[in-house]
Design a protein around this ligand. Structure first.
Ligand code: FES
Length: 320
């Protein structure tokens, strides 16, 4: 089951690096698209029946944008999604997308922002950096890539708006272009929040270097569930739907979403890995075994991602 979709036209495809293409997606009739806040992503429904989440790489503030910009890296181990975007999508094509959703927003309570991007994980952070630069906020965007030729959106990073805030790390090449994560995160200046997006190894390295930071100051956007993460299955339990006054049993091999769908209750889903936030509902979060990668510690007190999370005990109470 999916959310309502929008049809957009592929207005422009540009090669950013040997592995990364950017796609500009516009309304077919030239109308404005739904507004979003920096950090948001969309689902792209692509040829071959694949659906993937891509972050929006530009900031538009409150204004309704004329186009969305995404970056798609062709993954060597592509299960079809990125390969389909690279090989089969052409300028002028019509494709279906979801409206933007944001599970990775800029935190209003932060006084300083440290944005850490690994490769194509730069896209949501690029939008955040643009938004923060326009606000005059205190921030730094550190981009980690293998080398200059793998740097996507280089023009935007080097434009006057962002250049003073950007630090680049190249694994190969210029030896002076290295950022030591451990040193960078050794000390937390008061009010600093870290936002991280990138491949699994990069995310794990940041988490390790920031192990002494408070959980509430670390915000992560994952591409995929980390290796070894349990996202499905477990003990049976019951969902209590407080507003409807009914109970729905969930078997050991069902997800909460499966059980609700079997009961005729429509919960939209997309990634089914706890990443995108589509299936999140209000709940007594303290009663949940949270298995998602999209809710913050404080959000988990009152919300639950139903595609993966389960009850800690016998029952999970939902505001449905
Ligand atoms: S469907 Fe994506 S978090 Fe549940």
């Amino acid at each position: 089951m999916a959310e309502r979709t929008l049809t957009v036209r592929v207005a422009r495809i540009a090669r950013q690096t040997p592995e990364i293409l950017s796609f500009e997606l516009a309304h077919p009739a030239g109308r404005a698209l739904p507004a979003y806040q920096a950090g948001a992503h969309i689902d792209v429904h692509m040829p071959g029946g694949f659906s993937r989440q891509y972050s929006l790489a530009r900031a538009h503030g409150e204004a309704a944008p004329s186009a969305y910009l995404i970056g798609v890296k062709r993954e060597a181990a592509s299960r079809g999604g990125s390969a389909s975007m690279h090989a089969r999508v052409r300028e002028g094509d019509l494709i279906a997308i979801s409206a933007p959703r944001n599970t990775f927003p800029i935190r209003p309570e932060a006084r300083r922002h440290l944005l850490l991007a690994g490769g194509i994980g730069m896209t949501p952070l690029l939008a955040m950096a643009e938004a923060l630069a326009r606000e005059g906020a205190d921030f730094e965007l550190c981009v980690f890539v293998r080398g200059e030729e793998h740097l996507a959106f280089a023009q935007t990073l080097r434009a006057p708006l962002l250049a003073p805030h950007v630090r680049l790390h190249f694994d190969i090449g210029e030896t002076g272009r290295k950022i030591d994560l451990r040193r960078l995160l050794a000390e937390r200046l008061p009010g600093t929040h870290v936002y991280v997006c990138g491949p699994g190894g990069f995310m794990a390295a940041v988490r390790k270097a920031a192990a002494h930071w408070p959980e509430e100051a670390l915000h992560a956007e994952y591409f995929a569930a980390p290796a070894g993460a349990a996202v499905a299955g477990g003990r049976p339990f019951t969902l209590r739907l407080a507003r409807r006054g009914i109970r729905v049993p969930v078997t050991a091999d069902q997800t909460a979403v499966d059980a609700l769908h079997a009961f005729g209750i429509d919960i939209p889903v997309s990634c089914e890995q706890g990443l995108c936030g589509t299936c999140v509902v209000d709940a007594e979060g303290a009663g949940a075994e949270h298995r998602d990668f999209c809710l913050s510690g404080s959000e988990r007190a009152a919300k639950v991602a139903l595609c993966c999370s389960r009850a800690k005990g016998e029952e999970l109470v939902l505001d449905l």
